[in-house]
Design a protein around this ligand. Sequence first.
Ligand SMILES: NC(=O)c1ccc[n+]([C@@H]2O[C@H](COP(=O)([O-])OP(=O)(O)OC[C@H]3O[C@@H](n4cnc5c(N)ncnc54)[C@H](O)[C@@H]3O)[C@@H](O)[C@H]2O)c1
Length: 379
Amino acid sequence: MTSLHHLRAGIIGSGFIGPVHIEALRRLGVKINAICGSERAREVAARWDIPQVFTGHDFQSLVNCPEVDVVHITSPNRHHHVQSLAALRAGKHVVCEKPLAMTTTETAELVETARQAGKVFAVNYNVRFYPAVLQMRAMVQRGDLGEIIHVNGSYMQDWLLKETDYNWRVLASEGGELRAVGDIGTHWLDTVSFILGSPVTELLADLSTFHRTRQRPVGEVQTFSNEAVAHTEDCPVDTEDFASVLLGFDNGARGNLAVSQVAAGRKNCIRIEIYGAKQSVWWDSENPDLLHYGRRDDANAAVLRASAGFTDASGYTDYPAGHAEGFPDGFKMLYRSIYTAIATGTSDGLFADAVAGHEELRLCEAVMQSHRERRWINL
Ligand SMILES: NC(=O)c1ccc[n+]([C@@H]2O[C@H](COP(=O)([O-])OP(=O)(O)OC[C@H]3O[C@@H](n4cnc5c(N)ncnc54)[C@H](O)[C@@H]3O)[C@@H](O)[C@H]2O)c1
């Protein structure tokens, strides 16, 4: 395997997901030379022994840092566009969190700038790198499922269930016009198109907001944090808590997706069911090592990763069957794929690039248009 150890990363953002990037990179042996964020970045740098810290959200100093080859952008969505441009212009490779930016105007500019820069530009759609997802993709490609008839699924969370649950994502100005769909629905849409090898060509969407006012803490709050909050203020909410989306794919398959951030008891559950003419396959991310095969005339099967019938993800899974792999392992596999592409100049074609990130914003804008105009939208 090509060594990744000479590559040096810098991380923008030190909230929830920044340290997930850091941990995965450290497991691969990639050096992390700089981090940028608020004052809290100092704590994260101390915990992970990162030598250079840029506070005050001074991302320009980080992207200019000569000891950084690859910039990871893990700040809130509103900053992705300007920070990606700055990193590309400084000659760096980029790994940007999803969604790639706020609008297709921004993402189209990033597609073009990344193309001209000739650097690796990846969007952090990590769900692609669950071994079960790679297995489903291989099965579809080989024709094991036959013609794909329809796809069904959801992405459900409960961390925004209460009126007192608040995060920058609930504001369109910080996270984008679509919240549940942009934040987590695009993970599902990206993953299903990746598995099918087929883009969405039409959709019909219905959105709803359960909490039109939320209690906003006075001061910064980190994602998924349970910190006690002393003072709050009323905050009008202009983004959706729940979405239903009907889909048509280029290969003729039909689909339906439900997305919610107010689904009590569902912590972080992506469910994907793919129904083919020969058999079906289904999976959920809260049981990541288990894949179900559904058959009409033979017995159904529940198959464990790295055991008979579930071995198509080799190269993207490190542990034997029975030693569970999950969320953090997917990040490790994603960065192995990206950093190998940087080190060798040859990509395995599996990670999402700027074009894939742009495609998700196109879908988001179509979802919003469909909801507003109450009609199907062709893409
Ligand atoms: N791939 C995934 O599974 C996944 C999961 C969670 C979040 N995300 C994405 O990661 C991003 C961050 O989400 P989070 O949950 O970690 O948020 P968070 O609020 O927990 O952390 C955001 C961090 O960015 C910093 N920040 C704010 N403005 C900045 C600026 N201008 N420059 C530099 N840093 C700035 C904050 O100080 C904080 O450290 C979002 O785009 C989100 O969609 C992806």
